[in-house]
Ligand binder design. Sequence first.
Ligand code: TRP
Ligand code: ZN
Length: 878
Amino acid sequence: MSSVTPSIHYLSDYTPPVFDIESVYLEFELNPSHTKVTNTMQVRCIQSGQPLVLDGEQLDLKQVLLDGEDVTEDCLLTGESLSLHVSKPQFELKIVTQIAPQSNTSLEGLYRTSGNYCTQCEAEGFRKITFFLDRPDVLSFFTTKIVADKQDNAVLLSNGNLIETGELADNRHYAIWEDPYRKPSYLFALVAGNLKHIEDHYITADGRKVALRIYVEPQNLDKCQHAMDSLKRSMKWDEERFGLIYDLDIYMIVAVDDFNMGAMENKGLNVFNSKFVLAKPDTATDVDYEGIEAVIGHEYFHNWTGNRVTCRDWFQLTLKEGLTVFRDQEFTADMLSPAVKRIEDVKRLRNNQFPEDSGPMAHPIQPQSYIEMNNFYTMTVYEKGAEVVRLYHTLLGETGFQKGMKLYFERHDGQAVTVEDFRNAMADANQVDLSQMHHWYIQSGTPTLEVKGHYDPFAQTYTLHCQQSLPDQAVAFQPLLIPIKVGLLSKEGKELTLKVAESTQVEMNTQQTQALLWMQEGSQSFTFENVPEPPTPSLLRGFSAPVHLQYDYADQDLSLLSRADSDSFVRWESFQTLALNEIKRNIKRHEKDQPLELSTALIEAFGSVLLDSEADPALIALTISMPDLTYIGEQFEVINVDAVYEVQRWLRAQLALTYQSELQEMYGKLAGVQQAYRYHKTDIAQRMLKNVCLRYLMLLESQFELGQQQFQSQQNMTDVLAALETIAHTDHAQRDGCLQSFYETWQHDPLVLDKWFALQSGSHHLHALEHVQALVEHKDFKYENPNRVRSVLGVFGRVNLLGFHRADGRGYEFLANQVIKLDGINPQVAARIVAPFTHWQRYDQQRQAFMKSALQKILSVDSLSKDVYEIVSKSLAE
Ligand code: TRP
Ligand code: ZN
């Protein structure tokens, strides 16, 4: 790090703006190496006596005019801001600057991608375009004039409506766009280049016709239909479920290859990572198709939850992100299967957010401070934030929640607000006190919910004693409001009718078999009456709160729940716990050099799930896939890398051996129903189960041909990739040939090529590190392209347990050097790649030492970015 330590921003320092920019007219004269930006602002003074301080970084200032008078010499420049004393109540400020999009590899501000121009302004990128009050609580009317060479820039786009176009001298032309809605600068966008588009339209519920356009590079025009269909479904769903209607006459989506994140909700002009737009059955997997539908939905839903109502400051990020993720989760659930979606979301939360919440970067969903805002676009703010929004939904029900949403928009349309404003709308609309929900926003860490059951045979009562706790906090522990959805099962697995004592705050389902308990105290008991026998409790149905549940289930309770509970999440969860117990026992055996053992209980449970002909194939697939390596690791204070890997592999191989013929039969049956690819839940579920069967069978060397056959039959990318992945994990003689043939088929398609890179970086092959070292030298590897970097370096650190955590420390050394290299090119992405190092405390002494010295090496680099500095310094400070 350079001599100056970067400054820390605190929520508690918030002050409202002292100037308002009512409108802004931006004129861009595009040129790769010297783009001229003329920014004319109508400014109003809100509170006199203070200088106007505009944010601006890496800008070459040419001129400043105050109401037409040159004041360039009066401006004070710091490298991060421009300040000027103005003592007029209202004035026009015109600022001319120059920027160089071509050399902008940070992909923030105005930059080049595949020969086109595009912008990314969230969170604080607008200040790399021009001087401005670059904060979300300053809302302005934007008009944008784009002037560019016609040859290279047939298409000129910005937010809002196109109001004028024209020809200019020297083969140039221009377009003027006007956005009729006030917006903060982070929602500004500009795109220019030689893009092609597909067009469709949508008739809104109030009868207006909206033009829908998706802009892509010409060779990708045939891969946009799924994105277009997803957009139309999103628009319809938001009208039907939330009563929200689109508000402009045009909605544009642009797909670009170089993008730091998934996509961006700029008003009327979304910019997308092409990964979340482009799909054809032979290039994209079911996961890709689902991702596209979800991200298209997500960005579309932001138009109301984010754009029409935005954030007061960046500490409120979860206000728009948690809410919009919740909305996109519900959208996907309604389009596909609610049960499957919930399990997938819980897995995602546990595998990615729980580790973040127990590591040195842990922060509440409303962070209290940051060095670099880009580092706080986290699983916690997004996914845990969505879980917290879901708590309101669980507590208030769909009707109550929608009442709250309605009031939220009535009160705050056109405003920049806080998470408290959201909570107040929910509370006031339902006349309930939700003030305790605040505690979810200010405390970090995953809460533990410990439950003990007590049956009283004389009184015929059953009591649940519940206790909540949090890991160490900056603030004194404040109990959370935890909704606990429960049912009670008889020995035969029948749902008992529930009756609670009068005073308990509880809501029942119509059959009286499920209760929603409002846990509000640090410890609290709930008693059920008229319980004829000691029941098995079915707890936290639907994962009704993002907590670690601790209940001392016997294996036969778990078997019963996994077979008989009415809640699909609990059935799945019970099987996972059963498997996890088995894995933990075997990790102990492994550590003591004892032979591993597989219990008949697990063997039988596995068989009964696999062969359940009534069940949704997707739920079977999710259930019989063992817990992921990361989730297993999470169960331990110190992660024994080799034991975790060996035991999981051994267990799966044993199950494959035991059920070989059943798996083969199931595989054959599902492979037989294959037809032309359809993005449909029935087909997705069948492919999912088929490929889980394949994964098991491929653990048996004798079955290699099965995978090879599926790979060669080239049905669709879902099946091809599933097969190639199983092949890549082996050391079979055919392995390299298969990889090579895939490369030759797909080297022209960057998104498919990313998969080829990712398979090898995530492979459990003994020489994974050597392979990854070769991949960064490959002619198709580019440090400038975030998708490629994530496919290789991101996957290696995050999923290659054996390669990254090699006992000799060479995996760490490699990744640290890569982070350093990348930091000079794209700090935002470098800060993501360094994340796996932050969990160093969870490994053995030797590995800890290696990881720490890798972090220290990174920290010692001159002119390290704020992004990487923040992550590395915080994780070493622990
Ligand atoms: N708001 C975007 C979303 O939909 C997130 C995002 C896109 C972003 N690009 C970014 C955040 C670049 C920070 C930097 O979730
Ligand atoms: Zn978002």
